[in-house]
Design a protein around this ligand. Structure first.
Ligand code: NAP
Length: 299
């Protein structure tokens, strides 16, 4: 099958490319200098923000299925550059959805728990979004574009993605490991509860949704456990056998450009009932993260 992945340099997209490579004809689309893990796929640079490049690439490839994981993901950066956020997160998703419609291709568009305001999470698929901030609003607009333009479409929401792969960008999880390893303290919010998503786990669920299920509509595919960031940091430290100080921080005491959902998180019962690749509990996810990290250090 001809499968295209946008955001292929990213954590989730890169993991998806790694899982697809050698099993399908894969087109990996990205923009920056990073690259997905090595494997059998075709690489193409195309800008989701330019109105046409990605649409054209998908049409030329003749994609039969598209995992759309490309997005501007820096939530504070989106406040600084709202035009870019809207062009990429909303406009880029429109491009992808138009191509899927023209090709009759299946689409899974990846989205975020940030579409909810965080007043009363964790949230199920049928809860009503109330996005706060440019990133959140532009992603919800992307969801609507995907679902309304592409007839065969699912939106897959994840939360706090992290990966131990060498090609993955730094995240809170990797900073916890690196800082504690150097004996430095780690600041962690105690009042933001959220789900987390090991990229490998989220990618596996997204690909199953894309290639094996005909499900249409929104599905939450983060890992299962909802916890605050300080608890997450403590569990990472314990899993890696690291001592050191986790310094509790409250959101109101830190100057952040974009609002953060405080009682966020995604309910994943629907995915658990539907998919072979189940959302992981936090300890299983961290065990896999630890293995990924070990390979990265050994390489
Ligand atoms: N990261 C999280 O914590 C998180 C949480 C909830 C939801 N999500 C969603 O999950 C999906 C995957 O994100 P991720 O976690 O894998 O984040 P990521 O590592 O930041 O990957 C996003 C990728 O999007 C690509 N991108 C950005 N602007 C682009 C443009 N103009 N044209 C083409 N590609 C562009 C980047 O490509 P280059 O590297 O090539 O520049 C980047 O590799 C996104 O839809 C995101 O909104 C992420």
């Amino acid at each position: 099958m001809r499968v295209a992945v946008t955001g292929a340099n990213g954590m989730l997209g890169g993991e998806a490319v790694a899982q697809l490579a050698g099993r399908h004809e894969v087109l990996a689309l990205g923009l920056g200098p990073g690259r997905p893990p090595e494997g059998e796929y075709r690489w193409l640079e195309a800008d989701l923000g330019d109105g046409q490049a990605v649409e054209r690439a998908l049409l030329e490839f003749g994609a039969q299925a598209v995992l759309h994981a490309g997005a501007v993901t820096d939530v504070d950066g989106c406040e600084r550059e709202p035009d870019v956020a809207w062009r990429v997160n909303a406009g880029g998703t429109q491009q992808v959805a138009r191509a899927c419609r023209a090709l009759g291709a299946r689409l899974v568009a990846v989205s975020t728990d940030y579409v909810f305001d965080g007043a009363a999470g964790p949230y199920g698929e049928d809860d009503v979004p109330n996005p706060r901030g440019v990133y959140a609003r532009s992603k919800l607009a992307g969801e609507w574009a995907a679902l309304s333009i592409a007839p065969d479409c699912a939106v897959a929401r994840v939360a706090v993605v992290y990966s131990g792969r060498a090609t993955a960008r730094p995240t809170f999880a990797t900073q916890v490991v690196e800082k504690l390893s150097r004996g430095e303290p780690v600041k962690a919010f105690v009042d933001q509860s959220t789900s987390t998503t090991l990229a490998a786990s989220g990618a596996a669920m997204c690909l199953e949704l894309l290639l094996e299920s005909g499900y249409r509509g929104v599905l939450h595919v983060s890992d299962e456990t909802v916890l605050d960031r300080a608890d997450f940091a403590r569990r990472v430290a314990r899993r890696f056998g690291l001592q050191g100080e986790i310094v509790p921080v409250r959101t109101a005491d830190v100057k952040l450009l974009a609002p953060r959902p405080l009682r966020g998180g995604l309910r994943v019962e629907r995915a658990k009932g539907m998919l072979r690749n189940r959302p992981l509990g936090i300890e299983e996810a961290l065990a896999r993260f630890h293995v990924e990290w070990g390979r990265r250090v050994a390489a």
